[in-house]
Design a binder for this molecule. Structure first.
Ligand SMILES: *Cc1c(COP(=O)(O)O)cnc(C)c1O
Length: 394
């Protein structure tokens, strides 16, 4: 398990660096989130929706052809089979159930790849709540199918037009909206980022992933501990979910794969842990890609879901304390790995998840070892990206 102290810190990372006007909202969450989440009635409703609405537990699938190719034992944790197509919905259900208990009527979200926006719009439709999703203009263009889905589900999609017009800018706009509407609105942050208690709250909701992996792996192999857990890292929520119950377990190596973009020696990258320096972004102290004088650098990744210059404070802590390792994966490596998984396993992964798959050749795991890869989402939303990349592959 990985938990925060009472002020929301993992070591020196985390906390709540927020404008005065957000204090009442954040205080309300800090005071109530753990007691609400631990209520029997809350757990019952949360677990019921995860089972019957999301389709959990998601399978832990032995990928025999990838295993054969890399001469080891590869299991894919199939978060791509969650309703709406990614792990994001686990958190969205948790936060919206919590918002309802706090009497909120209006839900805000930011989104990059659109997966979090779709998950939020979906649960708002299910629960009859108003939903506004902020999304960078660039992402609106490259994730069209998800924009259409959100609209069909009844959400209002607002384009963020400042900065690089991607996730960071959408997050800024969502926070501004929340400041202006503190009473009736809950802001559903889509990853383990933002001010305390978001990183901890989101990690708790996503921890169902490693809870299931332990049980499923024990059933399949006799041991609940794999040798490695691999996950892609944008803000870090699917990775924290997959790591959660393995942190400080000496038998299990935890490896996060971040978006290297064109490469970490170029300025077109989103490799936050590799290149970032300590700083405050969107309400918490973590590592941030920034210039010498603290200007946030516009990130780049082929995957909209990893195109973020910050990282959840828990990952900054795991990285600095060497409790987990993190490596950058380039756009090209990720797309090739996504293509390989499609051809070998008949599973088209999200380009984000393909970053985790891309580490398999570098890992050099032994034939008797077990590797769990968290397949965070499905690739339907990325068809345009794959087709552009492989254009004439056949
Ligand atoms: C959003 C997203 C990610 C990145 O977010 P994390 O919080 O780092 O998990 C990864 N994969 C998919 C499929 C996503 O939709």
């Amino acid at each position: 398990m990985i938990t925060v102290n009472e002020r929301g810190f993992y070591g020196k990372f985390g906390g709540a660096y927020i404008p005065e006007m957000l204090h009442p909202n954040i205080e309300e969450l800090v005071k109530n989130y753990l007691s609400i989440i631990n209520e029997e009635g809350f757990q019952k409703e949360f677990r019921h929706l995860l089972t019957d609405y999301v389709g959990r537990p998601t399978p832990l699938y032995y990928a025999s052809r990838l295993s054969e190719k890399y001469q080891t034992n590869v299991y894919l944790k199939r978060e791509d089979l969650c309703h709406t197509g990614a792990h994001k919905v686990n958190n969205t259900i948790g936060q919206i159930l919590l918002a309802k208990r706090l009497g909120k009527k209006r839900i805000l979200a930011e989104t990059g790849a659109g997966q979090h926006g779709v998950a939020t719009a979906t649960i708002c439709a299910l629960m009859g709540l108003d939903c506004v999703v902020y999304m960078g203009k660039v992402d609106v263009a490259r994730q069209k199918p998800n924009v259409e889905r959100m609209k069909l589900l009844g959400a209002t999609v607002v384009e963020a037009v400042s900065g690089s017009q991607t996730l960071k800018d959408a997050t800024n706009d969502a926070m501004r909206d929340w400041i202006n509407n503190p009473e009736d609105t809950h802001y559903v942050i889509g990853s383990v980022v933002g001010p305390h208690p978001y990183p901890d709250m989101v990690a708790i909701f996503q921890s169902v992933i490693s809870e299931e992996i332990k049980k499923q792996l024990a059933e399949k192999t006799g041991s609940q501990d794999p040798n490695y857990v691999l996950a892609c890292v944008g803000g870090g929520s699917n990775a924290i979910g997959a790591f959660y119950h393995y942190v400080d377990n000496p038998n299990v190596k935890l490896i996060g794969l971040e978006a290297g973009g064109f490469g970490i020696d170029t300025d077109k990258t989103a490799a936050t842990l590799t290149l970032g320096k300590e700083g405050v972004l969107h309400g918490s102290r973590s590592l941030v890609i920034q210039t010498e004088d603290g200007q946030v650098i516009e990130p780049h990744s082929v995957s909209a879901g990893l195109d973020y210059p910050g990282i959840g404070p828990a990952h900054a802590y795991l990285y600095k304390t060497a409790k987990a390792d993190y490596f950058p994966i380039t756009d090209a490596e990720a797309l090739n790995a996504g293509f390989e998984c499609s051809r070998l396993e008949g599973i088209i992964p999200a380009v984000e998840s393909a970053h985790a798959l891309a580490y398999l050749p570098k890992l050099k795991a032994k034939p008797e070892e077990t590797v769990v890869i968290n397949l965070s989402g499905r690739g339907d939303k990325d068809m345009k990206t794959y087709i552009e990349w492989f254009g004439s592959k056949d």
